[in-house]
Design a protein around this ligand. Sequence first.
Ligand code: AR6
Length: 189
Amino acid sequence: MSAVNHELSSGKLVLRQGDITRSRAQAIVNAANSSLMGGGGVDGAIHRAAGPKLLQACREIVREQGQLPPGEAVITPGFELPARYVIHTVGPVWQQGRKGEAELLESAYLSSIRLAEEKGLTSLAFPAISCGAYGFPVEFASELALKAMARGLEQTGLQEISVYLFSERDFSTWTAQAERLFGKGIEEE
Ligand code: AR6
């Protein structure tokens, strides 16, 4: 698996190409929808890998607090996953940038980081929220996401944040963006 590592003053930010369900981070983030009932893309992969108890846990959350609005996040156990927790967040559906999508995407990242901080976690892995079915332009998303992650490392006890890019093309867009924002990273196998 390819990875590019950026050692920032406040922690490590690592871009990885691959499947987030294999991540060894303490928590992985799910790009869910407001129903929390599973779906396609990374959501489907996470539910498959975690097993049916994940859906039960999500049902309970929805019963207690209703649907999850875009930009917010909730946490469940990771069940069969290597990760101890799954943080479920909902990104915005891209609507030509006219509906506050940038702020909502930023908020999806920051709410997830806050939840990880509340649990005292030191490592967290994200997918490219909203960059699949929800149609957010990948380059713009990568800029917002990487800035939010860098801020998260500065403001919390998190030591390492990874972002998993599924396709080679997304991986190269995100690594170019990270190089622009943070300078050249260190390539790892
Ligand atoms: N690991 C890492 N990234 C993945 C994986 C994986 N296993 N599988 C897909 N991706 P999407 P969204 C990438 O559509 O845009 C779901 O149905 C994918 O290539 O999963 O936030 C939900 O239930 C893309 O770059 O999430 C919602 O209804 C990125 O993950 C809706 O889709 C996000 O794509 C959410 O849409």
